[in-house]
Design a protein around this ligand. Structure first.
Ligand SMILES: C[S@@+](CC[C@H](N)C(=O)[O-])C[C@H]1O[C@@H](n2cnc3c(N)ncnc32)[C@H](O)[C@@H]1O
Length: 279
């Protein structure tokens, strides 16, 4: 007779220390360490949110405060990487908000692929590569022989090196339909490997959106779920730079919840949910 699996004991969360109030002197000390150890300039991120995340990270590991965390990450490469992943939040997926990707494909990408010899796209904050590979799949489906060049950048070199490999687990493939899996991936040793056809158009490169200059001109700039923790000033600077690196008529594609309240002040015209056009 088949025996039923025994119910697992409930997972008891560790008792976290409460997050202390934002202390700007301590925050600036941490920001200096983070710049030194990870090369990330926190001055353009919202202090309250970073403070909460850093202290939550320390408390979850039983450390008394964020200063102790800085001492530990100085000497522990694995912890440093986990901290960096937490800080930059590299959560992503293929075809995130599929209906908006469909809108991008039909309203913007298709007309561009029909009317231009080359379409240039920038995925800014590309994480593990889900976003640029999504773009490459859509472009191949619309126009298999069109020339598409995709620049995919991120501040996190570890995410980029994973993205360059183009290998994904079954769980990471949740947004990819069976037809797309057959066409654009190969299943090898339980992992899904992207086919050269969607790897070839993409160049992965480390770039910090806060400090590094933009390249261009691009037909489409995709920057989704990246600037949510930036200060208002940092966002404003970035929107202006995105506009400057779009060609006239080009499209800025933001995350589902990231409307630009006064887009025209940045020289951008709203063009449907999540899209802004450089006139
Ligand atoms: C939540 S993920 C979003 C990934 C993808 N764009 C999406 O929407 O699925 C945020 C990404 O932004 C990157 N990021 C955060 N700050 C950045 C910065 N200053 N410059 C470049 N990339 C940054 C992180 O490393 C992370 O990979």
């Amino acid at each position: 007779m088949e025996t039923l699996p025994r119910p697992r004991p409930p997972v008891v969360p560790p008792a976290f220390a409460p997050i202390p109030e934002l202390d700007m002197v301590a925050y600036e000390r941490i920001a200096r360490e983070v710049l030194l150890l990870l090369g990330i300039d926190l001055s353009r991120y919202r202090p309250a949110q970073v403070w909460r995340r850093v202290n939550g990270f320390a408390a979850a590991r039983g450390m008394p405060d964020a200063d102790e965390l800085m001492v530990r990450i100085r000497n522990d490469g694995a912890l440093r990487q986990t901290f960096l992943d937490m800080l930059t939040i590299n959560v992503s997926e293929f075809f995130r908000n599929p209906e908006i990707w469909q809108a991008l494909a039909e309203q913007h990408l298709r007309p561009m692929l029909r009317s231009q010899n080359t379409v240039r796209i920038w995925s800014a904050g590309c994480s593990l590569g889900f976003e640029p590979f999504t773009i490459a799949m859509l472009a191949r489906e619309i126009a298999p022989f069109a020339e598409v060049k995709i620049l995919a950048t991120d501040v996190d070199e570890t995410s980029l090196s994973k993205a360059r490999k183009g290998t994904f687990t079954e769980a990471q493939m949740a947004g990819v339909s069976p037809a797309r899996r057959r066409r654009f991936f190969r299943l090898t040793d339980g992992k899904w490997q992207v086919q050269p056809e969607i790897q070839a158009p993409i160049t992965f490169r480390r770039q910090d959106l806060v400090t590094d200059p933009c390249e261009g001109p691009f037909d489409i700039v995709v920057c989704r779920n990246v600037v949510i923790y930036f200060t208002e000033q940092a966002k404003a600077d970035l929107y202006g730079r995105f506009r400057d690196c779009l060609r006239p008529g080009g499209i800025l594609f933001l995350g589902a919840t990231e409307a630009i309240p006064s887009a025209r002040a940045f020289g951008l015209v709203p063009s449907g949910l999540s899209f802004y056009q450089r006139p």
